[in-house]
Design a protein around this ligand. Sequence first.
Ligand SMILES: NC(=O)c1ccc[n+]([C@@H]2O[C@H](COP(=O)([O-])OP(=O)(O)OC[C@H]3O[C@@H](n4cnc5c(N)ncnc54)[C@H](OP(=O)(O)O)[C@@H]3O)[C@@H](O)[C@H]2O)c1
Length: 260
Amino acid sequence: MKHKTSIVTGSYGAIGKAIAEGLAAKNYRVVLIGRDQARLKEAAEDVVNKTGNDKIEFSAVDLCRKSEVEAFAKNWDGPLHLLINNAATTPRSREETPEGIEMQFATNVLGYFWMIKYMHSYMEGQDDSRIVNVASYWAGGLDLKDVETREGFYDNDDVYRKCKQADRMLSVAFAERLREKNITVLGCHPGDARSKLSTSLGHGGWESPAKGADTPVWCATAPELKGETGKYYEHRAEVECRFAADKQAVEKLFAICERY
Ligand SMILES: NC(=O)c1ccc[n+]([C@@H]2O[C@H](COP(=O)([O-])OP(=O)(O)OC[C@H]3O[C@@H](n4cnc5c(N)ncnc54)[C@H](OP(=O)(O)O)[C@@H]3O)[C@@H](O)[C@H]2O)c1
């Protein structure tokens, strides 16, 4: 197979790295994205050593900053077959980006939104291009009147759940918009792996990173999921997404994200 090109965000994290390894083992060219150049380099070298696939590249992008995502997209050369949005952060107290956006909403929601917005044009016109948004079953409570937790109390786990709900809603919103361009957009729960993120939420995690990567890689590559746009999966099984039904809320969230 000629190498298909993929992007994995948060790719030196626990699950992101395992996703990158899974795709490399399936002969994809993988571009790792994260914000720390040294850790990206180390992760890329490790993926090459583990899989024998030398088509592994990396690029430092701070996904909470629209200008960095836009610049990355502008410099992108060639087609893109697969985008896996996986990066996330869960600071214990409320933080803001240099642009003054609450950090979890900026990274975990707008980071996904901007990557799709600015990269999808490279995915058009192909036989089977896919976007996989790594979300979670641990999701809910989103308040569309206060997406940046400016008024409500900031609890990192509550805000994380809101962001993961938003990721699932954005999967549906983009699926509708990109259907005609033949781009399949899927949401999924990965697995419960011990990571910086899960530890910061106090969840621990009992599955291996490889197990955590299993469903995202399956969503990205399983032939039977071609064209199944807008669906949400947990442990390789389709689950009806309770956030997808409220189309008005989905469109409202999309409009909010567009304003940033
Ligand atoms: N672990 C679980 O049990 C679990 C369960 C359900 C869903 N998930 C989902 O799985 C995904 C991966 O989580 P994980 O458990 O593997 O967490 P992780 O190990 O903490 O990985 C998250 C990655 O995102 C990166 N990141 C954070 N902010 C960024 C930014 N502004 N720009 C670029 N990269 C950034 C982190 O880099 P830094 O180290 O530099 O911050 C890290 O590499 C997340 O979307 C999470 O919601 C995880």
